[in-house]
Design a protein around this ligand. Structure first.
Ligand code: DX5
Ligand code: ZN
Length: 217
């Protein structure tokens, strides 16, 4: 069977001074996107990086930029982040009008992505699926890399997959948090099309091996 799962490595736990070389290694390993976690210290209890860093990364790669906004009231920054994103995602729980914000992302020419935290049930976003190019299911509490995968994400992926099919939509399902060789096959079986993996890839001596390992599952 050909494995069509896409890999989107999260650079959150990378050594940023090594990132140019690491991105090259990831490209050679055949990853599909780069997952860029933007945190504001308000929506999540951590601060990461913003547009200048993403711009620097973009100078060194043709990989698609999969931007995961973990910021309060994200509609305020869609215009700015759309310029540096291919997929632009924000949280359902972050205090923006989701329908309007998803539409705006598409109007700027980006793929729209709606993200749900572990506390949100998939049924809450069924009516928004038609405005989404991708849905991101968090399998950890957002804010930090290197956490343990929450199995409750699997049921959410299955429910979302069934609903996407029922509505006849073409929406990618992405899962983020605690993905490794053990959890990746479970997520794919539950319906994930895109796997975000941070710590598992960036903590390895051989990133190429880890990417190939996940792709082969
Ligand atoms: C957490 C971030 C994740 C994180 C994933 O809030 O959204 O993208 O970097 O890291 P791992 O794969 O280490 O759980
Ligand atoms: Zn993320």
């Amino acid at each position: 069977m050909i494995c069509l799962v896409k890999i989107s490595p999260s650079v959150l736990t990378a050594d940023f001074l090594e990132l140019k070389d690491d991105i090259k290694k990831l490209e050679d390993a055949g990853v599909d996107m780069l997952h860029l976690d933007v945190m504001d210290g308000i929506f999540v209890p951590n601060i990461s990086f913003g547009i200048p860093v993403i711009n620097s990364i973009k100078k060194h790669t043709k990989l698609l930029c999969d931007v995961h906004l973990m910021i309060d009231r994200p509609h305020r920054y869609i215009n700015d982040f759309a310029k540096v994103s291919d997929y632009l995602g924000f949280h359902y729980e972050a205090g923006s009008n989701c329908e309007q914000t998803l539409k705006e992302i598409r109007e700027y020419g980006c793929k729209s992505c709606l993200t749900i935290k572990p506390c949100t049930q998939p049924e809450e976003i069924f009516s928004l699926l038609k405005y989404c190019d991708m849905v991101l299911v968090m399998s950890v509490e957002p804010g930090f890399g290197g956490q343990k995968f929450m199995p409750s994400a699997l049921d959410k992926l299955s429910k979302l997959k069934a609903e996407i099919t029922r509505q006849g939509l073409s929406v990618l399902l992405e899962v983020d948090g605690g993905i490794n060789a053990e959890t990746a096959p479970m997520a794919v079986k539950a319906g994930a099309d895109v796997l975000v993996a941070g710590n598992y890839i960036f903590s390895a001596d051989d990133m190429n091996e880890r990417v190939k390992q996940i792709k082969a599952l």
